[in-house]
Design a protein around this ligand. Structure first.
Ligand code: T3P
Ligand code: MG
Length: 186
């Protein structure tokens, strides 16, 4: 059983780290609160005049490396590995790849150990990656190939418009995965 775990928004808390950085840098400008986020692409929730400021935050050196883990994520990865499941981290680099490629590796080493860095797969097209399950916060993952994996949505305010999809958090993952594991075996 190959389980692909997305990094930003599933293991690493991109959204809350962005909000913390925004508040520190622009205390006078209200950000879009997490629960009010509507689009996967953060910039789409901000007016044109603020987009350069927003982009400067998540492309800054150290932003990706210092993302806090999503609560419960590290423990869940450890439990999945202990269950003998083949876990890979399947993440897309930002177009502005200069810092995030190295920092995504550094993030994994810091939180899961150096061996776990061998589980990282970076691609701009996740349909090209083989797997049975993909846990990802992005609604509608498309690409060049017809994917083998079943996409389980990691719950976020900006993907709640996606209905009829299994929705997982690190608080309910055991129930959701038990279901998915069972269905994929039948
Ligand atoms: C621009 C942007 C990127 N990202 C993440 C998603 C991808 O990482 P991941 O595939 O690990 O979720 C990466 C490139 O888009 O940055 C967001 O989560 N929100 C955004 O607004
Ligand atoms: Mg993501």
């Amino acid at each position: 059983m190959l389980i692909l775990l997305d990094q930003d928004g599933v293991l690493a808390d991109f959204e809350h780290a962005f909000l913390d950085a925004w508040r520190a840098r622009h205390p006078d400008i209200a950000p879009v609160e997490y629960e009010d986020r509507k689009s996967f692409h953060l910039l789409e929730d901000y007016p044109e005049a603020l987009r350069a400021k927003a982009e400067a935050i998540y492309t800054a050196p150290g932003f990706i490396r210092t993302l806090p883990p999503v609560p419960g994520a590290i423990e869940a990865v450890r439990e999945l590995l202990a269950l003998g499941l083949d876990v890979r981290i399947c993440s897309s680099p930002l177009r502005q790849y200069d810092h995030c490629v190295l920092e995504k590796y550094q993030w994994i080493e810091h939180h899961l150990g150096r061996d776990a860095t061998e589980r990282l797969i970076l691609t701009r097209d996740k349909t090209l990656v083989q797997g049975d399950l993909l846990i990802d916060d992005r609604p509608g993952i498309t690409g060049a190939a017809r994917p083998r994996w079943q996409h389980i949505l990691y719950d976020a305010p900006y993907n709640r418009q996606e209905t009829g999809r299994q929705r997982l958090t690190w608080q309910n993952w055991r129930n959701v995965l038990a279901g998915a594991l069972y269905h994929s075996d039948t």
